[in-house]
Write a protein of this length. Structure first.
Length: 185
């Protein structure tokens, strides 16, 4: 008998799923696919769980780049991916009034699924769920990138209507080549 696939939902980071988030961090999962932030995030969760959740969802703040420089955080919408338990994270970054992004932002949408939930369609479902949210923010199309050697992520993007529009031979943050896609919302 085939297993029934759990419904995937996007939820605002919350105290109920925070233990699952912390467990994923303990196992080495990172919500940031460009830099492993698992140890720093776990320390923040353990120091003050409520402050950690507030920081995740608050506007403002700064982003530190690989070269040590800092820039203001773009407006964003962050969600945790859930099937009843924590499965990963997906975020939407944007600049109000334009579909353009600053040169240091690799795409409007970024996502990361915990390893034990990968290859089950979770990322594909989560990306499909965030596209209407991007549309509600005024974006008629979004840019999504992935490492050129990440076939699984490329399939997720293409399954959601992604059209390859170019590549970056040497990403300044990771040093890896990236593929750039556009998806209509």
């Amino acid at each position: 008998m085939p297993l029934k696939k759990a419904a995937i939902t996007l939820v605002i980071p919350n105290a109920e799923l925070l233990p699952g988030y912390a467990d994923a961090l303990r196992q080495g999962w990172s919500p940031n696919t460009m830099v492993d932030v698992s140890a720093d995030e776990l320390a923040a969760v353990e120091a003050d769980p409520q402050a950690f959740l507030a920081d995740l969802t608050s506007p403002g703040g700064v982003i530190r780049h690989a070269d040590g420089s800092e820039t203001p955080r773009l407006p964003s919408r962050l969600f945790w991916i859930s099937d009843g338990a924590f499965c990963g994270a997906i975020g939407l970054r944007f600049q109000p009034g334009t579909e353009e992004l600053p040169h240091f932002v690799p795409g409007h949408i970024g996502y990361s699924i915990v390893p034990w939930k990968q290859r089950r369609g979770y990322a594909t479902a989560a990306l499909a769920l965030i596209l209407p949210i991007a549309r509600a923010e005024g974006l008629t199309r979004v840019v999504v990138s992935c490492d050129a050697d990440n076939e699984a992520s490329e399939k997720v993007i293409v399954a959601n209507g992604g059209v390859l529009i170019g590549d970056v031979p040497h990403d300044p943050e990771t040093g890896k080549p990236k593929l750039i896609f556009r998806i209509a919302t």
